[in-house]
Design a protein around this ligand. Structure first.
Ligand code: GAP
Length: 460
């Protein structure tokens, strides 16, 4: 990891907000937690769903050259022999002779234990794949592995995809799913865990065009983060040095994000060449070649692989959105999520708990909730409820007040500016839709008005 991030949010603040508001909890918390495993709470699960849906939309739904897949976590053990994972997916492990803590040798500054200073053992290769047994008998013949990447499911289905979709090169396959790695050192919250989710693309191209497609996908994936609100100054591209390349890669760039602990990998884009298809063809005895219609020759395509982590993306979106700003005597904490990413899009808040207000607010709530994730909240003061929605990143609050009972209008409050407009209740749905798609708050539907401009108020 590179230099310590300056001016960035503390990880402790993100962890605390995530636990306090129901984004992320330690796994099995009532039993003291399970190292490097996390549970996504009611807001976290929506955040992850939104990230995955935005990714799927951009790489599958809106493209002619991509198809989706969902393959099993347990695969034939030969898959991992062919892919090289059984032999090469390992980190050098050392153990402290004094306190017996284990470390990754390549992460130690010298030959001493970072915890107690004791001498460490010689490094041994430690395979990161989790093993389990298939069937009732626990013997070596029945060992299977939890997949350490989703990629192999796409390679072994190459012929199935070709036969059933009639796709021609270049085309790609996309998959979202869980992966498991028995990491030696974990930490930094959800950045490195032992169970995580990946969003991977295997994009098959004609040999000779791979460099061009590599550049295309690197740019495409970088722009995906930027278009969803990640600040460019918090992203960088970093090429892997020769000695750093994974066993299958000809070339690789990381899209790094400036996390609280420094620049670290958010996504990797690799040129895997024809390594995987060739290996699986050799080990399975099945042809995984492609008939090039132009030359009438069988070729083995090259593969460009943009591989992203759902959990790392969630952490990057959380860190990038986190803002603290002075607000009168207090500090306002907000998550400035892009509306596509925000777990809750709209909150409906009656000004008080008076029966007729609650009734109208619940009608508005019932009308809006088929469109988006909407929250209804009638507890506490309106100020506190606004702050709560700011802190969980809700882009818009709709407030129903006593005047609403007479004029059938409600206010829409924008999270970032705190500005408000007053809109006929009949126009709420279409207005919110437009604002969530990026329309300026002050573009008003008929019969509406600017209600309150927070910045002017503040300067009074
Ligand atoms: N198929 C290629 C592959 O798996 P990788 O760089 O090892 O490449 C891809 O992993 C992405 O998966 C990473 O960029 C990261 O976002 C995510 N990832 C990998 N290991 C992880 C871990 N232990 N915890 C959370 N995310 C992880």
């Amino acid at each position: 990891m590179a230099e310590k991030a300056s001016g960035k949010v503390d990880m402790e603040k993100i962890v605390s907000l995530c636990q306090r508001r129901g984004y992320i909890f330690p796994s099995s918390e009532i039993y003291g937690g399970l190292s490097s495993c996390w549970d996504y709470g009611p807001l976290g699960v929506e955040l992850k769903r939104n990230i995955k849906e935005a990714w799927w939309r951009s790489v599958v739904q809106e493209r002619d050259d991509m198809v989706g897949l969902d393959t099993s976590i347990l695969m034939h053990p030969q898959v991992w022999v062919a892919s090289g994972h059984l032999e090469q997916f390992a980190d050098p492990l050392v153990e402290c002779k004094q306190c017996h803590l284990r470390w990754r040798a390549d992460e130690l500054k010298d030959n001493s234990c970072p915890s107690c200073g004791g001498e460490v053992t010689e490094p041994q290769q430690f395979n990161l794949m989790f093993k389990t047994f298939m069937g009732p008998v626990e013997e070596d013949a029945n060992i299977v592995y939890l997949r350490p990447e989703t990629a192999q499911g796409m390679f072994v289905n190459f012929q199935n995809i070709l036969n059933t979709t009639r796709k021609r090169l270049p085309f790609g396959v996309a998959q979202i799913g869980k992966a498991f790695r028995n990491e030696i050192t974990t930490g930094n919250f959800i950045f490195r865990s032992r169970e995580f989710e990946q969003m991977e693309i295997e994009y098959f191209v004609k040999p000779g065009t791979d460099d061009e497609w590599f550049d295309y996908w690197l740019e495409e994936r970088y722009n995906w983060y930027v278009n969803l609100g990640i600040k460019k100054e918090n992203l960088q591209l970093r090429q892997h040095a020769k000695g750093e390349l994974a066993h299958y890669a000809r070339k690789c760039y990381d899209i790094d994000y400036l996390f609280p602990m420094g620049w670290s990998e958010l996504e990797g884009v690799a040129n895997r060449g024809d390594f995987d298809l060739t290996q699986h063809a050799t080990h399975s005895g099945k042809s995984l070649s492609y008939l090039d219609e132009e030359t009438n020759q069988h070729i083995v395509p090259c593969v460009i692989e943009p591989s992203a982590g759902v959990d790392r993306s969630a952490l990057a979106f959380l860190c990038d959105a986190y803002v603290e700003e002075p607000d009168k005597e207090e500090i306002r904490v907000l998550l400035r999520f892009h509306p596509t990413i925000a777990p809750v899009k709209v909150a409906v808040l009656p000004l008080s708990k008076r029966e007729n207000l609650v009734e109208l607010a619940k009608k508005v709530y019932a009308d809006l909730r088929p469109c988006w994730m909407v929250q209804y909240d009638d507890t506490q003061s309106i100020g506190r409820r606004y702050r709560r929605q700011d802190e969980i990143g809700t882009p818009f609050c709709v407030t129903v007040d006593f005047q609403s009972l007479e004029d059938n209008q409600a206010t829409i409050r924008e999270r970032d500016s705190m500005n408000q407009i007053r809109v006929p209740i009949s126009e709420l749905k279409s207005t919110l839709q437009a604002k969530l798609e990026g329309e300026d708050l002050f573009v008003l539907p008929q019969g509406s008005q600017i209600w309150k401009v927070e910045r002017e108020e503040k300067s009074v």
